[in-house]
Design a protein. Structure first.
Length: 152
């Protein structure tokens, strides 16, 4: 298996989780996708490695790649998160970023640019993790993602 590394922040939404383990509750992802975003999703609920890659299928829209690595192995993501926190003056997000132990990233798809943000919002609702948008900018949570998605 090839070495798994963090994705570039220029083409992926990044989530910073306080949980160090590469653990994703597949049932919660499915439930929150349906309940909060009216989406049907499917994912392989296998145990994950410390550095891993998986796909989530958003029914009717396609698959999205997810990469997860320990935050210590993603210094550019951490730097982007610190910059995103500065963009909003902290607002409590600085505490969440300081506690982050794991990075989850959703690769953006050129054919469906909002899909990565949508999946990141679903993951954020499960992981309780803030989102650094593709390309940087202000950090936000699930509510901020929903606002951005409603604007198109």
């Amino acid at each position: 298996m090839p070495e798994i590394e963090a994705l570039s922040t220029s083409n992926a939404c990044s989530l910073l989780s306080a949980e160090a383990a590469a653990r994703l509750d597949g049932a919660a992802v499915v439930r929150n996708a349906r309940g909060y975003f009216s989406l049907a999703v499917a994912l392989d609920a296998r145990p994950l490695e410390a550095r891993d890659r998986l796909e989530i299928e958003v029914v009717g829209r396609g698959h999205v790649e997810i990469v997860t690595v320990p935050i210590d192995e993603a210094p550019l993501v951490r730097a982007a998160a610190d910059e995103a926190v500065r963009a909003i003056g902290g607002a409590g997000m600085d505490l969440l970023v300081a506690k982050a132990r794991r990075v989850w990233q959703v690769r953006e798809r050129a054919d469906d640019p909002t899909l990565a943000l949508l999946v990141a919002a679903v993951l954020a609702s499960v992981l309780l993790a803030p989102i650094v948008p593709t390309g940087g900018g202000a950090i936000f949570g699930v509510r901020g993602a929903r606002e951005r998605l409603s604007r198109g």
